[in-house]
Design a protein around this ligand. Structure first.
Ligand code: TYD
Ligand code: MG
Length: 455
């Protein structure tokens, strides 16, 4: 017999406890326990969609045939790249991101552009009319093979899957799903876990790839992150600044490909445009020579691109000097400013410093350190850096310029875009420098770079 039991579940990690706790001892988060009802006993075994007959015998891994697993191209180069070459049958792809960043747009656009593939788009957030309005905005789409339905109940969704027999399923979003077998509210960890597991089972059995959209919590993680990330095959994060046009789709977990890949998109009035040449982020904003601007040969994932770093150093208006960053780590900036004070006589305590990475992108590559530090100095001295020069290098605490990964790709990209010189770390191994049509300047310390730039 099915019995209902109440437990307290941590909404961050899914840890269960018989009584309420202020702090979760498993993940260390505070105030995350919520009371949820669990059904135990027989009812649990009567899961819909379980096909026992399909469970096959164990066999040697060398005998497993992979031929019947052709990847389905999504018709979108950037998305294909991030997925590792297309959709794998039966794969569950979780797409996370902040509200309004464009998750629904990305997935709907992909669904509309899939030729001869039947897509079932289940939305728990929007009505079919709203989806239609969105589809009308997206240009160049044929909407005949995309069927939309507004539904939140997992039991009904499974019925729809059985009736429609789609080739691709889209769920927007996982937080709206609910199953009758659990009493807690939609969006709670037990609901998310149970609903995802149910859909996963059905779709794995039928080899239907699924795009699952998930929201991100205030703290910046996917709601119920640990439980979901373990279950799905691919986790993609859609990020960017809502006030800028550029969006990055980053692969966080991928059972079928590399997690080094990123896809870059631009949000237009008519949907998302693929950005196949990321350096256009920089070139679009390039202006006349100005102080406080430095160009860095950066790398996101495995793709090199050039990006503009802008800094403004001005006399501090208040006793505590202000530091403000967009797209860069504030603590890292503070460290670089301290290096600058020690090495170049920059008066840290008397200056406000504002730093901005062009295009609203967040760059995690430490190789932009050198551009950050030189842009601050350039603004502080009000001396321009020639727009023909770019640079790459991580800056260490004693002002040394440290080696960076994939140096040859960075130099190659700079040469391709017509830069005349590039400043690189002096430690170079296995890179043929005269292969490229660009002057390469090796610098060991930031002073050497400054001498070249401002002499
Ligand atoms: P949306 O995909 O609904 O975001 P999410 O599902 O992640 O919450 O849409 C995000 C924003 O994109 C919305 O503010 C409107 C804008 N947008 C465009 O700029 N162009 C378009 O073609 C579409 C469909 C939306
Ligand atoms: Mg949405």
């Amino acid at each position: 017999m099915a019995k209902a039991k109440t437990v307290f579940v941590c909404q961050n990690c899914g840890n269960e406890s018989p009584k309420w706790e202020g702090k979760c001892y498993a993940c260390g988060e505070w105030n995350t326990f919520v009371e949820e009802t669990k059904i135990t006993g027989k009812a649990k075994n009567s899961r819909p969609g379980t096909v026992l007959a399909e469970r096959t015998k164990p066999m040697p891994v060398s005998k497993v045939s992979v031929e019947e697993m052709p990847r389905l191209s999504t018709g979108n180069e950037e998305l294909n790249r991030v997925l590792g070459g297309g959709l794998v049958p039966g794969a569950m792809v979780l797409i996370g991101g902040e509200p309004g960043i464009g998750k629904s747009t990305l997935v709907l656009q992909t669904a509309l552009n899939l030729p001869n593939v039947k897509v079932l788009y289940v939305s728990g957030e929007e009505s079919p009319q709203q989806i239609k309005l969105r589809a009308d905005r997206i240009s160049g789409a044929s909407a005949d093979n995309c069927h939309v339905v507004s539904e939140v109940s997992v039991e009904h969704i499974i019925k729809h899957i059985e009736n429609e027999q789609p080739d691709v399923l889209v769920i927007d979003s996982v937080q709206t799903l609910e199953t009758e077998r659990i009493e807690s509210a939609p969006g709670s960890v037990s609901q998310i876990r149970e609903c995802t597991a149910t859909i996963l089972r059905v779709c794995k059995d039928k080899h239907i790839p699924v795009f699952l959209i998930g929201h991100i919590t205030k703290e910046g993680s996917l709601a119920g992150p640990k439980v979901l990330e373990h279950m799905v095959d691919v986790v993609l994060q859609f990020e960017g600044d809502r006030h800028h046009m550029y969006r990055i789709l980053r692969s966080i977990k991928n059972r079928f490909g590399s997690t080094n890949e990123i896809g870059i998109f631009e949000m237009l009035g008519s949907g998302l445009r693929e950005v196949s040449n990321p350096s256009e982020l920089l070139l679009a904003t390039q202006q006349k020579q100005m102080s406080g601007v430095a160009i860095s040969a950066a790398l996101e994932g495995v793709r090199p691109f050039l990006i503009e770093v802008q800094a403004l150093a001005s006399t501090a208006a208040y006793q505590n000097p202000q530091r403000s960053v967009t797209g860069f780590d504030l603590r890292r900036l503070n460290m670089l400013l301290a290096v600058l004070e020690k090495r170049a006589g920059f008066k840290l305590a008397q200056k406000d410093v504002f730093l901005n990475i062009a295009g609203g992108l967040k760059v995690n590559d430490p190789a932009i350190d050198l551009a950050v530090i030189t842009s601050v100095l350039s603004s502080n001295m009000d001396m321009t850096i020639s727009p023909d020069i770019c640079m790459t290098g991580e800056v260490g605490l004693s002002g040394e310029i440290r080696p960076v990964t994939r140096l040859d790709q960075r130099i190659g990209e700079a040469a391709k875009l017509g830069f005349k010189s590039i400043i690189i770390p002096s430690y170079v191994k296995g890179v043929e420098l005269n292969k490229y049509d660009i002057q390469v300047i090796k610098a060991n310390k930031i002073e050497e770079a400054f001498k070249f730039l401002f002499a």
